[in-house]
Design a protein around this ligand. Sequence first.
Ligand SMILES: C[S@@+](CC[C@H](N)C(=O)[O-])C[C@H]1O[C@@H](n2cnc3c(N)ncnc32)[C@H](O)[C@@H]1O
Length: 211
Amino acid sequence: MSIRSYFMAKFYDASMKKMEEACMSSWRKELLSDISGDVLEVGSGTGINLSYYPSSINKLTLTEPEPHMLKILRNNLNHIVGEKCTAIECTANALKFPDNSFDAVVSTLVLCSVDSTDKTLSEIKRVLKPGGKFYFIEHVIAKETPKLIKWQKLFQPFWIHMCGNCHLTRDTEADISNAGFKFHSIERLKSLGSPAIVSPTIKGIAVNDKA
Ligand SMILES: C[S@@+](CC[C@H](N)C(=O)[O-])C[C@H]1O[C@@H](n2cnc3c(N)ncnc32)[C@H](O)[C@@H]1O
């Protein structure tokens, strides 16, 4: 546990406020509006998504590996939801659940920070039921703006160091596809209220195609 991770957890919601108001809040709401069944969220952070889950879901399992974040998450959980929701300390690189456990998995602004996107996506695929859905909002490499990629590459070492291993140049759309998911929907967006280097964003739902 570092001082940096303590401060990141403590000031995470405040640091997101502008972007939440400008776009993220409505994107989260749209994404999660029709999610159903047994749902797993990876990298839940402080629990920003909590208020966007429909009350009709069957069960919500939130996971977060970072102890300071987890403490805030558990505190927020007590205030918001009841028995159908639990928070577990767990990395997305090694999910503590049996195969085919969930109808849906949610990841918002997490695949940029995991150690291995491939390992994480293969874990998400493993715990999803066949035909289960992966809901995502992730900031990505600026594929359509080469000039911006240069800035992303320049700032990336600093960003990784200061922002909890957050990478700026991941091609997460390709990673999701290469992991064997089929896109049910995908939007390529630009977030507002954030620095340009983190603005290219993908939002969508991918289906677990395993037999
Ligand atoms: C930018 S925050 C996003 C928090 C929240 N999902 C949101 O939408 O605001 C990134 C989160 O990913 C978590 N994280 C980092 N590495 C992870 C890993 N290997 N597995 C799961 N979560 C991870 C961090 O602790 C942090 O809570």
